[in-house]
Design a protein around this ligand. Structure first.
Ligand SMILES: [Zn+2]
Length: 271
């Protein structure tokens, strides 16, 4: 069985998560998640969001990125949230911070976020941005455009930045940010949702998947890309099978496991 690390998943007891999980053929529970991980050979998962350690199932396979609470955050009042983030980053299960441009109407370069990049870099941990299309129509996608990450990748060379969802549909722009900046990386989570036949979905949107593969070739660095799912929004066996077709086979070892170990400095895994 292949060894896989899922670099992008969610754990939240919201009604819409229950519904999304059911549509993907899953259950939004820790027990079911652990069972599916075992069946798929997924040895580690990184949970995105503000839930934090207390809300995570007590599983040694799960790590998290602390979701920065940005509502009402300003450069002047950020001290308390910064202290929370610092506390989280001291937890070995916390492997980074998550920032939500697009949902929060602020660019990654907003002065209120800059101390958090400094903090993550000093802790040797990553910062993950939501990039690309937002769920629902309340998001403002100009803030979530991947080019916004370029500015902070340049300004904070000591911090590793991850562009979640490969900036979809701005794949080209996300790839350029990762190609240009040694400290910028991509996760390919959330490019399909629900339950589907991977072969059928591949054929139906073949030009889209080939567009992604073409830009991964352009990137010319298989060390930059990570598998992630967006669990529980997508059926895991189907998404893994789909990604095996989309990502060039030469990169599978790096894409499905090795890069996430390195980029998130996951503890407890042999190199
Ligand atoms: Zn997500």
């Amino acid at each position: 069985m292949d060894t896989i690390i899922d670099a992008h998943l969610h754990f939240a007891a919201h009604e819409h998560m229950e519904r999304a999980a059911a549509e993907a053929g899953h259950e939004n529970t820790a027990e079911h998640q652990a069972k599916v991980f075992r069946e798929c050979g997924i040895v580690r998962g990184i949970v995105m969001g503000g839930e934090g350690a207390p809300h995570l199932p007590a599983s040694p396979t799960l790590f998290y990125c602390y979701g920065v609470r940005s509502e009402g955050l300003t450069p002047d009042n950020g001290g308390e949230e910064l202290a929370q983030a610092e506390k989280a980053l001291a937890d070995p299960r916390c492997v980074g911070l998550k920032i939500y441009p697009g949902y929060d109407y602020s660019y990654p370069s907003d002065p209120k976020f800059r101390p958090f990049y400094e903090l993550a870099g000093a802790a040797g941990k990553a910062v993950v941005f939501h990039t690309g299309d937002t769920a629902g129509n309340r998001g403002k996608v100009k803030y979530a455009h991947p080019l916004g990450v370029d500015e902070v990748a340049v300004d904070f060379p000591g911090t590793r930045f991850v562009l979640a969802h490969c900036g979809n549909p701005w794949i080209t722009d996300a790839v350029e940010v990762a190609a240009k900046n040694p400290n910028a990386f991509l996760d390919l989570s959330g490019l399909a949702v629900g339950r589907f036949d991977p072969g059928e979905l591949y054929t139906r949107y073949e030009s889209y998947w080939k567009h992604i593969a073409m830009w991964l070739d352009y990137l010319s660095d298989d060390g930059k890309i990570m598998y992630g799912s967006d669990w529980p929004l997508v059926n895991l066996p189907a998404y893994i099978a789909l990604m095996k077709r989309v990502v060039p086979e030469r990169a599978h070892g790096l894409f499905f496991a090795e890069n996430a170990k390195r980029i998130f400095r996951l503890p407890g895994l042999a190199p």
